[in-house]
Design a protein around this ligand. Structure first.
Ligand code: 3PG
Length: 398
């Protein structure tokens, strides 16, 4: 069992809350998107309105990466979004940070500095060892309980994610609870289950396809995007020079063999695109599969309209649709047609679930709403969909 906020007495206690507000940043360091911050408003508001004193822990970017930075803009945004004051402390377990936590009144929060400014936080540990790291060890004396709401980072076994539950009573926040309810129980989702796999991270998407086919979770797998192109090549379709070279250059040629093995084993369940949309003189041109290959300089950047119609019909009869990754280069308007068509069709299904970082970004950009569940997780959601256990969730189990 995983304890939730329903099991926690909050009033007058000090609670460490791990969130995942890792966000895209603009060139000037400001937040380019606040979706991940918005996702945690429910958990934080609930704890504050129930009289909690909240110390928020979070990371931003990866050491050495372009979005590795401090959390001051995140604190400002939380302060705007919540009806409770949120201050910012530029330390994460220093005396200053512990004093800031100690000075909190009921209904006040402080966001501590990027946990990854502390080098051990970017290492993976067993929970017991993580519980002895400086970050956990110094914060435990000023906290009464720990809440993990950072589903999107739950595939990491870093100190702020797995260490505290070995030392403090630990609970899942509302985001974590909902993600576990939906993604952790795919086996019970209504059938037939249709998985639409796409996106540019071909290996991740083929992992999902392989796992759900092997485990008998998928009745049908629809292939889109570069993933669809890889399956088409595996089936012996000549896409044309530009698309084949892209797959080769991205290092995905091995995935063609894997796609071929999946087609041999589960060919009746895997559906391939009927047509593709290529770029011709900057415009969209649709080509039926039978008329391929495309000209050497015409890359396939989207699925075509016949494919969108076919996939829409299949999804209309599904008990559950699970989408992972966009169907094409949705950032270019002329190649957003497949993603828009597919996602809009998916929202009409009885039960529709979207996972994967790129997918959520695509939805926001295209303004598509109406899914049963949009996961906050990229890598974490994919791992969960492939049936792997996530360390930060396992350590919450009692
Ligand atoms: C994510 O963006 O998927 C999470 O915040 C985890 O980030 P990471 O992949 O850098 O650990």
């Amino acid at each position: 069992m995983i304890p939730t906020l329903d099991d926690l007495s909050v009033d007058g206690t000090t609670i460490g809350v791990r969130v995942d507000v890792n966000s895209p940043l603009a060139d000037d360091g400001s937040l380019a998107d606040d979706a991940r911050i918005l996702a945690h408003v429910d958990t934080l508001s609930e704890l504050l309105s129930r009289g909690g004193r909240v110390a928020i822990l979070a990371h931003q970017g990866r050491p050495g990466g372009s979005s590795f930075s401090g959390l001051s803009p995140h604190a400002d945004r939380l302060d705007e979004l919540l009806d409770f004051p949120v201050s910012y402390c530029d330390g994460n377990f220093s005396k200053e940070a512990r004093d800031a936590i100690g000075a909190l009144e009921n209904g006040e929060a402080v966001l501590l500095e990027n946990t990854r400014f502390y080098s051990e936080e970017y290492m993976e540990f067993d929970p017991e060892v993580a519980g002895q790291t400086a970050l956990v060890d110094r914060l435990v004396p000023v906290l009464d309980a720990y809440v993990n709401d950072a589903f999107a980072a739950a595939h990491r076994s870093q100190p702020s994610l797995v260490g505290f539950p070995t030392r403090l009573p630990a609970y899942a926040g509302r985001v974590m609870e909902r993600e576990i309810d939906v993604l952790g129980d795919i086996e019970s989702a209504p059938t037939p289950r249709v998985y639409a796999v796409g996106g540019a991270k071909v290996n991740d998407s083929i992992d999902v396809a392989e796992s759900v086919l092997e485990r008998g979770l998928a009745d049908t797998v629809l292939t889109t995007g570069v993933v669809g192109n890889v399956f088409l090549i595996a089936k012996g379709v000549e896409l044309g020079k530009a698309s084949s070279e892209f797959i080769l250059d991205e290092g995905y040629w091995d995935e063609v063999d894997r796609a071929g093995r999946l087609l041999d084993a589960y060919g009746d369940k895997i559906i391939l695109p009927r047509d593709v949309a290529v770029e011709r003189n900057g415009e969209r041109a649709e080509i039926p599969i039978a008329d391929l290959p495309a000209a050497p300089d015409e890359p396939a950047l989207d699925i075509g309209s016949r494919t969108v119609d076919l996939y829409g019909d299949i999804m209309a009869n599904a008990g559950t649709v699970i989408l992972n990754g966009p169907a094409g280069v949705f950032e270019m308007e002329q190649f957003a047609v497949g993603t828009k068509g597919l996602y809009n069709a998916a929202t009409k299904a009885k039960n529709s679930i979207v996972g994967g970082g790129d997918t959520a970004a695509a939805l926001r950009r295209l303004g598509i709403e109406g899914f049963t569940h949009v996961s906050t997780g990229g890598g974490a959601a994919l791992k969960m969909l492939t049936g792997e256990s996530l360390p930060a969730i396992e350590v919450l189990r009692t």
